[in-house]
Design a protein around this ligand. Structure first.
Ligand SMILES: [Zn+2]
Length: 187
């Protein structure tokens, strides 16, 4: 798509020209429709909004584009030939440092993949607690923990501070021969 796919330069045009994107009446048009079709139909004139510079840059970006016949293709930048494999993505993750804001990623072969995925999602607060479901717009009768009184069911509460969760955790620790262990964070 013209605005929403990365087909010209770095990133997508929607992010490079957000105000022009807002003014376009056909936000899901294809590149072919924009380049070979009629000019962009604006909701209101970009020039009247003081967007001459953005408009000039956009036209400059796309003015030298020449489309050829044929079907659309996806090109993966990770491989020289443009193909995508899970292996190349895995290698990229393994060999490139993540931003400091990201949680540490460890590939643990001993733990089942579903356990690793659960922990990774929990560390980011993305498991379906009542609070996170409500945050995503899911209609719930209440967001309180079913085992505690007056406490919202957040990811932290579900896995760390809930008395019921602590009780289950202590049983598992005992079962595994691990002494009493204080856990203060999902991470
Ligand atoms: Zn609770």
């Amino acid at each position: 798509m013209f605005w929403l796919d990365a087909w010209k330069g770095d990133g997508i045009l929607k992010d490079r020209y957000p105000q022009l994107y807002d003014l376009d009446t056909d936000k899901r048009c294809t590149v072919m429709q924009k380049i070979n079709g009629n000019s962009i139909l604006w909701r209101s004139c970009p020039l009247a909004r003081g967007l001459e510079s953005d408009l000039g840059s956009l036209y400059n970006d796309i003015s030298h584009t020449r489309l050829t016949s044929g079907v659309d293709q996806l090109h993966c930048h990770l491989m020289a030939d443009g193909t995508y494999t899970v292996e190349c993505l895995r290698n990229m993750i393994d060999h490139n440092p993540l931003p400091l804001s990201c949680p540490l990623v460890r590939w643990c072969k001993e733990a089942p993949i579903k356990v690793i995925c659960f922990i990774w999602r929990a560390a980011q607060g993305h498991i379906p607690s009542a609070m996170s479901l409500a945050h995503r717009g899911v209609s719930l009768s209440e967001t309180m923990c079913g085992s505690c009184v007056g406490v919202d069911e957040s990811v932290y509460h579900m896995l760390v501070s809930c008395h019921f969760a602590q009780h289950i955790r202590n049983i598992i620790f005992k079962w595994c021969g691990v002494g009493p262990t204080q856990i203060n964070t999902v991470h």
